[in-house]
Ligand binder design. Structure first.
Ligand SMILES: Nc1nc2c(c(=O)[nH]1)N[C@H]1C(S)=C(S)[C@@H](COP(=O)(O)O)O[C@H]1N2
Ligand SMILES: [Mo]
Length: 401
């Protein structure tokens, strides 16, 4: 009997009435859907080849119905135990605005590739729970200054180490206060995406944007921002959702509360990459030169400086050509918040079998590298599958016309 699928983050769908206000019209038909209620979906490989993910195709990761908001919306900003200040979006728009290109990646990206080695607990994402957009809004640090928090040393001396972010549907996580106050941290309270009002699926009317951190920290439908002493207790912060266990833990039921409490939640994604062209299973011809495409990304603002590609599963290698979103996000910027798109031409061997594995691996500016196989990093939550990007294709013989 296969093991019962158990995803600790997945909530019951509940009554149909809960879902009557979903923004169906925002959802591009080319998305691959994992669940409709809540809506979880990823773009196609074709969409993933664009530097800025096309409209309607940015991946979605939601845990509950999309909240409905109107002009009465206010975000609450406070220091824990003190009075909160409320801000409407028009008020936030009076603060200096900033736009930045950022790649958002869900920690479960490529979870599906783990499953042949054992069922993981979570949505079986392919290589598309990652997307890039231009986000704009005001700086989170400007709003924290409004409640008297602007100096990290003073705040830490007072025991304040985190900013806890709550969504209207009660989703909650924390980020380090140091990140929020850093003038190069680029944390936003975003009201626009790609020059338009934030779509409802992506957090209308306001979301946090926490560049260089896992997607989970960029809280949508932002309700409350609280400068706090401790990380908030909950599934997505101190709980199991973002804890990576050793490969010997085969079931979430085997994981002890002590382990969960001791392990750190994931802040930054390690270096990763994927092949987005050619499509898995497609046919290529021995001796033919084909184009390969993909993306590479690393967390914490680390820039990708090299992507190695191989059409013989790593026997021989060459380097891909990289395109960055902007020269400002280059090596040593420490603010490479967006992925690179890579491209290479490669000759298919003639002396191979009927199937070949095309692989890619990226290196970031701190020389982090990707693990070879996913087997050694398999974990029951199926998070951080940052193994070599790969695609299997079929090799045909050249026909003599
Ligand atoms: N309020 C709220 N914020 C949230 C979530 C959520 O379910 N509720 N999901 C998080 C996760 S796990 C990810 S990966 C990103 C996804 O953002 P997107 O749907 O705009 O791509 O949002 C994060 N912010
Ligand atoms: Mo996520």
């Amino acid at each position: 009997m296969p093991k019962k699928f158990h995803d600790p983050t997945q909530q019951a769908e509940g009554k149909a009435a809960r879902w009557k206000n979903e923004p169906i019209g925002e959802r591009h038909p080319d998305l691959t859907m994992h669940t409709l209620r809540p809506f979880n979906a990823e773009p196609s490989n074709v969409a993933l080849q664009e530097m800025i993910t096309p409209k309607g195709q940015h991946y979605r990761r939601t845990h509950a119905p999309v909240p409905v908001c109107d002009d009465t919306y206010r975000v609450s900003i406070s220091v824990e135990g003190q009075a909160a200040k409320l801000f409407s979006v028009p008020q936030l728009k009076t603060y200096p605005s900033k736009e930045l290109a950022m790649t958002m990646m869900c920690t479960g990206n490529r979870r599906g590739e783990f499953n042949p080695d054992g069922q993981t607990a979570g949505l079986p994402w392919k290589n598309g729970s990652i997307s890039t957009a231009h986000w704009s809004g005001c700086m989170l640090r400007d709003l924290l200054a409004e409640v008297g928090v602007s100096n990290i040393d003073k705040a830490e001396a007072a025991g304040l180490n985190f900013v806890t972010l709550w969504g209207l549907e009660k989703y909650h996580v924390s980020i380090p206060l140091r990140k929020a106050l850093d003038n190069k941290g680029d944390c936003l309270l975003a009201y626009d995406m790609n020059g338009e009002t934030l779509p409802r699926d992506h957090g209308y009317p306001l979301r946090a944007i926490v560049p260089g951190f896992v997607g989970a920290r960029s809280v949508k439908w932002l309700d409350r921002v609280i400068v706090s002493k401790e990380e908030v207790k909950g599934m997505h912060q101190t709980g199991i959702a973002y804890k990576q266990m050793g490969p010997n833990y085969k079931s979430v039921e085997d994981v002890t509360a002590e382990m969960v409490a001791e392990y750190p939640p994931i802040d930054h994604i390690p270096v990763t990459s994927a092949v987005t062209h050619p499509e898995p299973g497609c046919k290529v011809i021995g001796g033919q030169t084909i184009e390969l495409k993909g993306y590479a990304y690393s967390g914490a603002g680390r820039a990708i400086f090299r992507v190695d590609i191989s059409v013989d599963n790593g026997k021989t290698w060459s380097q891909a050509e990289l395109t960055r979103v902007s020269s400002k996000q280059g090596i040593r910027s420490s603010r490479a918040w967006a992925w690179v798109q890579w491209r290479a031409m490669a000759k298919i061997p003639t002396d191979c079998g009927e199937n070949i594995k095309i692989v890619c691996k990226a290196v970031d500016d701190q020389f982090n590298q990707q693990p070879h196989e996913s087997t050694s990093i398999w974990n029951v939550r199926g998070i951080l599958n940052t193994s070599w990007g790969n695609v299997n294709v079929t090799v045909g013989k050249a026909s003599h016309l």
